[in-house]
Design a protein. Structure first.
Length: 340
């Protein structure tokens, strides 16, 4: 019996790779100045017409600094049903000393059909969400991460900094009124919110923007320069107090620059100078070390997933679900076939 499948064609592979590489080279070497952001919040931004790099000088450290990061893990996957866990960690540095490391509780959620979606919405306890709101891991993680940010703002001293992993924009399903209230509360308490994005989708001419700015700053200011540049602001009609987006290299030894989000009401250069004082850790210069600690705490490593799965198995056993039923539901057939 003859096979209908085409035999592997190394020539076709070579041609497609050459075409892809040619287009990638055009983007990376291009001269277009069009700015864009491929993230879900891109439509909320108004970009600067031109980007002007500015030198940055480090200032003193904030006396009270909080940091928040979220983590997630898949505990059981039946494709039509998935049990996920998320958590949000909080860290506090007071007078330069770490005084709080809070992993945060695990929140388990079952994703699947419409009944599971409605139950997940109820568990999120966000009254502003409509009954037909879709639910996925991004919404689950963001809900508890921003809940931790709110608690940090509530507990922070005046003059504090609260660092958030990622941009200062909750999941698109969370109403803009939430962020508006949080920005107002932070400003009233004298607390500065700062979002730091490790891997940005900002682009210029279709190529990664931050890499281009790093090269330009090195050429203009020198290899050990610290610098920043305004990139964009949220549109006035977005519905909250506004966020400004900048790029910044925050340590002379930093390999990378990062996207930094600040409330529109905050003067960027003093805030970045203060943030820079938190970015001199030898392990990862240029990135705020309180966020590094929060990232470690929030992570859901293999042993935690195994522990959660063991707890799930015990609960299903108690509920009368036989082992073979659980195994048929959650066994990774693809992985088992690859190991054979």
């Amino acid at each position: 019996m003859s096979s209908l499948a085409a035999s592997p064609d190394s020539t076709a592979m070579s041609t497609s790779m050459e075409l892809a590489a040619q287009r990638l080279a055009e983007l990376l070497n291009g001269s277009s100045t069009t700015l864009s952001d491929l993230s879900a919040v891109a439509s909320m931004l108004e970009f600067e017409s031109t980007i002007t790099l500015r030198t940055l000088t480090r200032s003193s450290i904030a006396p009270d600094t909080w940091a928040v990061d979220g983590g997630q893990a898949m505990v059981a996957d039946a494709r039509c049903l998935q049990l996920m866990v998320t958590r949000a960690a909080r860290v506090r540095f007071h007078e330069g000393m770490c005084v709080l490391e809070e992993e945060g509780p695990l929140h388990a959620c079952l994703l699947g059909g419409d009944q599971e979606r409605r139950a997940a919405l109820d568990a999120l306890a966000l009254q502003a969400l409509s009954d037909d709101t879709s639910v996925d891991i991004n919404l689950l993680r963001d809900r508890w991460e921003w809940d931790a940010v709110v608690r940090c703002v509530d507990e922070a001293e005046p003059g504090s900094v609260v660092l958030v992993d990622g941009d200062l924009q909750p999941d698109w399903r969370i109403p803009s009124s939430f962020l508006a209230a949080l920005l107002t509360q932070a400003q009233a308490r004298g607390v500065v919110l700062i979002g730091v994005t490790k891997h940005s989708s900002l682009s210029r001419g279709g190529a990664p923007l931050l890499g281009q700015l790093e090269r330009e700053a090195e050429s203009g200011f020198g290899p050990r320069s610290m610098w920043w540049a305004p990139i964009a602001r949220t549109r006035p009609d977005v519905g909250h107090g506004g966020v400004q987006v900048v790029a910044a290299r925050l340590d002379p030894d930093a390999r990378f620059a990062f996207r930094i989000d600040l409330p529109a009401s905050v003067e960027p250069e003093p805030a970045l100078a203060m943030l820079s004082a938190l970015c001199d850790d030898a392990a990862f210069p240029g990135y705020p070390y309180p966020l590094s600690v929060a990232d470690r705490l929030a992570a859901c490593p293999g042993w935690l997933r195994a522990e959660a799965r063991s707890q799930l198995d015990d609960l299903l056993e108690t509920a009368g679900v036989p082992l073979d039923v659980r195994d048929r539901a959650f066994a990774d057939r693809h992985n088992l076939m690859e190991r054979a």
